[in-house]
Design a protein. Structure first.
Length: 244
């Protein structure tokens, strides 16, 4: 089926495509679905297609030398997965797995080669996305190595905060609910330690736990923690009550 052009236009990586390139890409794409924990791109195999997420979450997973899983990146709606499909790489070095029910647009490697020859703006978009993802993963690795867990977790919660229509200092839900295990893998800490850090963030007025909407976060306070590089002093009880 032909894919909606509006869906492609919402993809950050395809924002600079020419209209003819976007139309051709929509005609070549097909809608595919993945169940939770199903692999989008298997480890050890050359990528054979490009995926553009329509809905759901997927994770780029690596394994440490002691066999522990680490989440290197999380893909959300409109993110591009597998932009290196046109590169001469013999195998994929990481797993990409669905974290929830995922829908994605799939474009085969063969079709991409044909499209890139006719529409150079698509090849440029793919190269830019590869560079962006490498830079993002480098930043995340450097953060894990240089920042304490509370700061790393604050950064992740800030990235996932749903701030649409909220006042500046309000508590807001996460756009996607993250389990303690997922957060632990993203920050490179144990699950119990991550739960302890969440309690510390609550005492500092950055999160609210056990609410009907799940974990609530306060972007203004999280940003302050990230910028300061530390938690600082706990927030007064009355300040938390006024901000809720």
């Amino acid at each position: 089926m032909t894919v909606s052009l509006a869906c492609l236009a919402d993809c950050r990586s395809l924002a600079e495509l020419t209209p003819p390139a976007r139309l051709a890409l929509g005609e070549a794409a097909r809608l595919v679905e993945f169940r939770p924990e199903e692999r989008l791109i298997p480890w050890g195999e050359p990528p054979q297609r490009l995926l553009i997420l329509v809905q759901g979450l997927a994770k780029l997973v690596g394994v440490t030398v002691n066999g522990q899983e680490r989440i290197l990146n999380i893909y959300r709606a409109h993110d591009m997965v597998g932009p290196s499909v046109l590169m001469h790489c013999s195998e994929n070095q990481h797993d990409v797995m669905a974290m929830s029910q995922v829908q994605a647009l799939a474009i085969s490697r063969r079709d991409l080669f044909i499209l890139c020859r006719s529409h150079p703006s698509l090849l440029l978009a793919l190269n830019q996305e590869v560079s962006r993802q490498l830079a993002a993963m480098t930043t995340r690795v450097m953060t894990v190595a240089s920042q304490e867990v509370p700061v790393r977790l604050s950064q992740i919660l800030l990235e996932f905060a749903d701030r649409n229509g909220s006042r500046r200092d309000a508590f807001v839900p996460l756009a996607y609910r993250l389990t303690h295990e997922t957060m632990a893998q993203m920050v490179g800490a144990s699950r119990p330690h991550t739960s302890t850090v969440l309690r510390d963030l609550e005492s500092h007025g950055a999160v609210q736990r056990r609410t009907s909407a799940g974990l609530m976060v306060r972007p203004l306070r999280l940003r302050q923690i990230v910028e300061d590089g530390c938690l600082g002093k706990p927030a007064p009880t009355e300040s938390l009550a006024l901000s809720a």
